[in-house]
Design a binder for this molecule. Structure first.
Ligand SMILES: Cc1ncc(COP(=O)(O)O)c(C=O)c1O
Length: 428
């Protein structure tokens, strides 16, 4: 199928289709198929919305059964059986075993809408307007969330001033600058000129920012500072949550309990739009309807979300992710990082970055990603100037597909570096 219809009639705002200009028709598991039947390995995975793979059979069955019975599809925020079962399952399978006590708030269906809700809640609860965000953070592109997103390119499109946010450097991306010491200084010095914030918001692993992983120690220290000063800690788990970090919640590894958790993307299990806040019950200062929205009750997303949690339990997904993560980690360090000392590898669970910002060629990562696409592997570039290749396989990725994809990255990278291609025994 020709791409002309998109190129002539779809707005210039389209983005992913510029890097991956094929017309897709079908998808299953880790693969997407074009209209001509060509199979692509998808390591973009709906930018994190497809943790359980495309058209996961276990989840699909429950969705189809639900639709066959003509159960309610759109429910605003009415009480429904589907919503009740989702809340109960989430509470029983995830919150209770972790000793977490949260209230649920269903938001408009995109991640950015839940971020807007988190901002409003934090500001109304604390009666403060400033919020701390981190350089490299991505929290969405509506006006409030865009104010928290550091990328200059995105910010310029706002058309208005983006205020009430103070940015700090993130850990490991600050050239040795101790941003937590600076944060404490700001809070304790009456001459800092920076308003005491309502909240701190962060991704514990910055995804779009270049796969920057905060250490458990740094996260715990940040949380302790927040507690000491009565500042809310908001974990944006939209991309790194729902099992991608290895645990269901990305902050578990730091042993901290955020005041507010934001979830979306893979929450519905099937790529269906859904977003949600979890927050400590005492924060629930909302008045009825203060954060309303028509599509807060997409019942199929509740069904898919519940099925995804059951799938996770029944398939032993968490253990499988830890195994695959160890495989990727070892491969990237032993087979890719060894190609050149300027390559840096970062990641956790099933989100990995190959950082090529140490090379003079600012387009190197993009060229490699483009060549991977020619070999039918879809990988995105992220970070400053898009110089980090991000690998985002589904958590369910089959071992042979994982090895094939890593082999493509390996060979393409080595070709670009002019090094000898030596596919290792692991890929034989
Ligand atoms: C960490 C994070 N927060 C927020 C968002 C915004 O979500 P959405 O694109 O659904 O508005 C994204 C999207 O990529 C994200 O990765």
């Amino acid at each position: 199928m020709l791409t002309q219809v998109f190129e002539t009639l779809e707005s210039n705002v389209r983005s992913y289709s510029r890097s991956f200009p094929a017309v897709f028709r079908k998808a299953k598991g880790s693969l997407m198929y074009t209209d001509n039947g060509d199979a692509y390995i998808d390591f973009l995975m709906g930018a994190g919305a497809l943790n359980y793979g495309h058209n996961n059979d276990f989840i699909k069955k429950q969705l189809l059964d639900y639709m066959t019975e003509d159960y309610i599809m759109q429910g605003l925020d009415l009480f429904t059986v589907a919503k009740s079962e989702f809340i109960t399952t989430f509470n029983e399978l995830l919150l209770k075993p972790r000793g977490l006590h949260y209230k649920f708030q269903f938001c408009g269906p995109t991640g950015t809408n839940a971020i807007e809700a988190a901002l409003k809640l934090a500001r109304n609860y604390t009666r403060r307007s400033n919020v701390i965000s981190f350089m490299g953070g991505y929290h969405g592109l509506s006006q409030g969330s865009l104010a928290l997103t550091s990328n200059e390119y995105n910010r310029k499109a706002a058309g208005v001033g983006l205020h009430n946010v103070t940015f700090l450097p993130f850990e490991n991306n600050s050239g040795g600058f101790d941003s937590l010491a600076y944060f404490e200084m700001i809070l304790e010095d009456g001459h800092s000129g920076i308003e005491k914030p309502a909240a701190v918001i962060l991704e514990t692993v910055q995804a779009e920012g270049g796969v920057n992983v905060a250490s458990p120690q740094w996260l715990a220290k940040l949380k302790a500072i927040c507690e000491k000063h009565g500042i809310l800690f908001i974990a944006d788990d939209i991309q790194i949550g729902c099992g991608r970090s290895g645990d269901f919640f990305s902050f578990e590894r730091a042993g901290i309990v955020p005041d507010i958790v934001v979830l979306s993307k893979s929450l519905s299990g099937y790529g269906l739009p859904m977003s949600m806040l979890l927050f400590k019950p005492e924060l629930d200062v909302w008045q009825p309807g203060e954060h309303n929205g028509t599509f807060r009750g997409y019942q199929l997303a509740f069904i898919g979300g519940k099925a995804a949690l059951e799938f996770r339990e029944q398939s032993g997904l968490e253990a499988a992710v830890k195994e695959k993560s160890a495989f990727i980690n070892r491969f990237l360090h032993e087979e890719i990082a060894t190609a050149d000392e300027r390559i840096r590898i970062r990641g956790l669970g099933m989100m990995w970055g190959i950082d090529l910002s140490g090379f003079e060629d600012t387009l190197l990562a993009k060229k490699i990603a483009q060549d991977c696409f020619k070999k039918q592997l879809i990988v995105e570039c992220v970070g400053r100037e898009d110089r980090v290749i991000k690998l985002l396989p589904p958590l369910t990725v089959e071992q042979d597909i994982l090895e094939k994809a890593l082999g493509i990255v390996h060979d393409t990278l080595r070709q670009h570096l002019g090094a000898q291609v030596s596919v290792q025994a692991t890929l034989a």
